[in-house]
Write a protein that binds this ligand. Structure first.
Ligand code: HEM
Length: 256
């Protein structure tokens, strides 16, 4: 059907869609940059990840002080006393990866400072690989760590999976496959900061089930299982953005 002449030619009073409120409705609340719900993606996620990493990073710092000749504030670890260098490398790389890596998950920071994300990302690929490879080394060459053969095997699996995820995340971004890059980098980071979740799972697990090899293996491993499950949920969950757009569409259609 042909619309009556003038209905399409006449300029439509569309300014309310972009410049101001629809007459008779409340004006949309203006948000200052860095405030409101949008700010959550800037600071809330990195802050939560830094908090999650705090326990192993503080424990690592105390261990570094001890290795440097300071007071012994942590339980003795005979493997570290015998060969401290690999664990020093592991702790320094892990602290860098956990703390700096947390800020790679800020959407706003990524959008506003893409070069920062890229430069930091390259540094984190190196740091993450050092964490994973030193973890493999510690597992293979630190004899008699608690947790027995089960935890030994799980550590080999986790460290290998972390290294593979970083490599896959890096090769994905070289091909400009952003979805795949995001997914693999989330997986790698989640496995690394399993060390933070383990502070809780090991505490609770050993308090309830004791400190047998099996209980230690299961309580430490459950930290990685929880983080891996959360990572898969984050990767698969539908983005809030299209949902918001979909909600807005009928409102816009109605205002035409
Ligand atoms: C952000 C990530 C990580 C942090 C902050 C971290 C921190 C630490 C610290 C502080 C130690 C020394 C423990 C002590 O003083 O007794 C350590 C040891 C160790 N870490 Fe990690 N770690 C991380 C990731 C990983 C990952 C992903 C693995 C993978 C399997 C791993 C495997 C190991 C192993 C095997 C040891 C030696 C345990 C022993 O023989 O007592 N770490 N880590």
């Amino acid at each position: 059907m042909t619309p009556p002449t003038g209905a399409i030619d006449k300029p439509r009073p569309q300014t309310h869609l972009v410049a101001g409120p629809v007459p008779g409705t409340r004006p949309a609340r203006q948000r200052r940059p860095g405030t409101g719900a949008g700010a959550g993606s800037t600071w809330r996620i990195p802050a939560a990840l830094v908090v999650l990493s705090i326990v192993p990073v503080v424990a690592g710092s105390l261990r570094l002080l001890e290795v440097a000749g300071g007071a012994q504030l942590l339980p003795t670890n005979p493997r570290i006393d015998a060969s401290p260098a690999p664990v020093v490398v592991h702790i320094v790389a892990a602290a860098l990866y956990a703390l700096l890596g947390a800020f790679q998950f800020s959407t706003r920071l990524r959008r506003r400072r893409p070069r920062w994300h890229r430069t930091t990302g390259r540094l984190l690929v190196g740091a993450g690989l050092v964490v994973a490879l030193s973890a493999l080394w510690l597992t293979l060459f630190y004899p008699g760590a608690p947790g027995g053969a089960l935890l030994w095997a799980i550590r080999l699996l986790v460290a290998s999976a972390m290294a593979a995820s970083i490599v896959l995340g890096f090769t994905a971004i070289r091909r400009r496959d952003i979805a795949s890059h995001r997914a693999w980098m989330i997986r790698a980071y989640a496995l690394a900061v399993g060390a933070g979740t383990q502070a809780f799972t090991q505490g609770v697990g050993e308090a309830i089930f004791g400190t047998s090899e099996l209980s230690t293996a299961l309580s430490i491993s459950s930290g990685w299982v929880i983080n891996a499950a959360v990572a898969e949920w984050v990767i698969r969950r539908p983005s809030a953005r299209p949902a918001r757009r979909a909600r807005a569409r009928p409102a816009l259609a109605g205002s035409r």
